[in-house]
Design a protein around this ligand. Structure first.
Ligand code: IDP
Ligand code: MG
Length: 161
């Protein structure tokens, strides 16, 4: 099934200068990028994005992490992307790797580049939506509808000879 999925290159990924490596690795999934932008993450956006974890002991630190507050003022941003294609959600999750970077396969993005901070947050370089419901919610949270490119099945009239 053709799906859309949200990817965030988190502040640690930007600080470690991994954007190119991550995009190259994700290109193995043979998906299309249909949305992309740099976002300065507000506390509200961070809390909404991670609402399912609000009762966890690491929640406050997690919100600070995605806001870039652990990586100096220059990295208070993320790169947000929407990928689209066949089985997009699972394909990206597979390349991203397990949540805990120490348990992630070393050939995955998180396994290769992630770490656990002394405060116990998994700095795992990349976010990817975990299921179709999450993907829909997250894409609506991070992107306006007009920021997503819609591919038309039919060629446009003006493109035809
Ligand atoms: P996911 O990112 O693989 O979907 P979630 O459970 O949705 O995993 O958690 C969101 C983020 O919260 C993770 O990517 C990681 O940065 C952090 N996190 C999740 N579980 C833990 C934990 O047990 N300890 C520390 N950080 C965690
Ligand atoms: Mg998740």
């Amino acid at each position: 099934m053709v799906q859309k999925t949200l990817v965030l290159i988190k502040p640690d990924g930007l600080q470690k200068s991994l954007t190119g490596n991550i995009l190259t690795k994700l290109s193995e999934a043979k998906l299309d990028i249909v949305g992309a932008k740099v976002v300065r993450v507000s506390k509200e956006l961070a809390e909404q994005h991670y609402q399912h974890l609000k009762d966890k002991p690491f929640f406050t630190e997690l919100v600070r992490y995605i806001q870039g507050k652990l990586h100096g003022p220059h990295y208070e941003r993320v790169l947000a992307l929407v990928y689209e294609g066949e089985d997009a959600i699972n394909r990206v999750r597979k390349i991203a790797g397990a949540t805990n970077p120490e348990e992630a396969d070393p050939t995955t993005i998180r396994g290769a580049y992630g770490r656990i901070t002394t405060k116990g947050v998994y700095e795992n370089v990349i976010h990817s939506s975990s299921d179709p419901k999450d993907a829909e919610r997250e894409i609506a949270l991070w992107f306006k509808p007009e920021e997503i490119v819609v591919s038309s099945a039919e060629p446009k009239k003006e493109d035809q000879a």
